[in-house]
Design a protein around this ligand. Sequence first.
Ligand code: HDD
Length: 692
Amino acid sequence: MSDEKRKHPKAESKKKQQLEDVTIDHTGKKMTTNQGIRVTNDDDSLKAGTRGPTIMEDFHFREKMTHFDHERIPERVVHARGTAAHGYFQVYEPLTELTKASFLQDPTVKTPVFVRFSTVVGSRGSADTVRDVRGFATKFYTEEGNYDLVANNIPIFFIQDAIKFPDVVHAIKPEPHNEIPQASAAHDTFWDFVVNNTETAHMIMWLLSDRGIPRSFRMMEGFGVHTFRFVNDRGKATFVKFHWKPVLGTHALVWDEAQKLAGKDPDYHRRDLWNAIEMGDYPEYELGIQILEEENEFALDFDILDPTKFWPEEQIPVKYVGKLTLTENVDNFFAETEQSAFHVGNIVPGIDFTNDPLLQGRLFSYLDTQLIRLGGPNFHEIPINRPIKPPVNNQRDGFHRTTINRGVTSYSVNSLQGNYPRPSSEKEGGYAHYAEKVEGKKIRERSPSFHDHYSQATVFWNSMSPIEKKHIIKAFHFEVGNVESEEIRQQVVDMFNHVDHTLAKEIAAGVGAKPPSAPAGPKITASSPAVSLLTTNYTVKSRKVAILLEDGFNFHDYSQMVNELKGAGIHPEVISHHLGTLTSKEGKKVQVDKTFATSESVMFDAVFVPGGAKSVNKLIAKDKANYFLKEAFDHAKTIGASNEGVDLLADSGIRGIAIAGSEHHPTPVESMGVITIQNAMNLSNFTQTFIK
Ligand code: HDD
């Protein structure tokens, strides 16, 4: 995107304007040192003779080298690998009855947001498509200050009390002696933790489901996990759970794709988000809330303070209250994405916490971690973290202070400056904590209402379709199959026998453990269909289709398909053996987007092979296209072929293809996701079936 174009949207919101004010552009400018001295030569250090030693006096060399030596900051202790974008949030209707939060009142107001998506376990340079929980952190720059909704793509968590967070993270991170494996839970220490901490059972079910390998950050849900409170201007509080629902629906990769992508394109999710925004396919998510009146705090069959439990949507429906739209990529990854600092404790009037012991501990951890990661107490002054209203208080000094506070007082109460800055009353917008009555003995003990670790894990299992169940079993075989300790593998089987007997037997069969002889837990038949991905919205908008071409292709087939795809908001890309242009049998030219060397079927959602005998024969002659198609078929992708293109499918040994209309009968035929047509001039029925 040109710099001119970039500048324009930045000025659209107060936050963008604030960032624009500190954004610099070197185009057309002369180089200087950091002290502003013009530089004469940036290629040679100052030496005593052309072949002599470098001289200490070379301030330009020393400054350049020192800056470089200090260019890294610690990566996030968890969620190190991430990517982010700017956008805005708009509420559909005033939520005045529920909350006084100003950004949830006026549907005409676009609140600027910055959203960072992440994996949890891997280092900064790890692959995007590993099996993991995904972070979905949103900073709303509201008129009342920053509100951060620091969410994940799974509605529950591994543990119930924050004091165990260092334990679960130590267990899942690479093992301490050899730092293996990277970005993976498939190793002994993690599963040792699981079997010794059975509160993890429910989260493991979600992590090993298709949710653990999303197709795109644009196609995954987000969940605030904890029960929060909304508080209205009369002081009435209501319990809420927060959801982000992607407008494109929730979709996953298959495991083989995820693993291959991790090697073929480790930046797959990052690139997908970046490209979608550059192409104007702005990712959208609806904000959903589940509401529970205070008097119903104990009405559910689990404790709403337990973060290992979700509120079934069938029991408490999700109300859609607004939309988040991501419209702009960052100008600079380090300055914006890497330096962004989220904190569950960044909250605005109208939203409040509950006593969930995981949430309570998070309230400490996020501020604390930024102090070390961003090097001191002034990280709120880093442009991406600044609220749109300047902070006003007596906090002063510290590393890298950029604000110049005028005046002699930095304390209150003072009389030298009329006791400014002064606090505000609640009426004036001051944050007042919800006056919940709390009373109790100091005690280090888990509430008995948190003791059930299995029921909802079973509900989740019961809610899965047969194919989702199969994926979970295979995920257990991979994850637990990588555990060296036989004893731990057996303990996993025994633990998950409490979730489901069949599941435990299936796990045992793949990991060399003894199957349990009888079910361990009570029989639970309840389910929550909403947690299955098969109940999600489906749209093909913004998906990617590979078109396999060589010289001599049928331009008619090609152009009909491309036009229809583009009309449906789908992005076709031409793949061939070399870059440059291809010529159709009619003499028309088409640009190649990628080659078989730079792309793989795992990077696409579907494949189309147009007719044209010469083109198809060339594709057949070189093996790459066969492999491309076979792999797409194995990953259950839609494959289409028209006219001679069908010969390539037959040559690729794709099982079960129905060869359509071999006797001049141009009707599309679909079998196992493979759509073919032959002897056809007009492909409109075919293209529509393919898109559907
Ligand atoms: Fe956390 C980062 C989400 C539990 C401590 N967390 C972090 C990020 C997300 C979450 C999305 C990345 C933010 C970014 O993009 O910069 N974390 C969650 C959710 C949790 C959760 C949804 C459970 C409901 N986290 C959790 C606990 C603790 C932490 C229980 C500690 C008591 N989380 C952190 C942290 C991180 C973090 C150490 C690392 C980097 C950072 O904060 O800025 O403070």
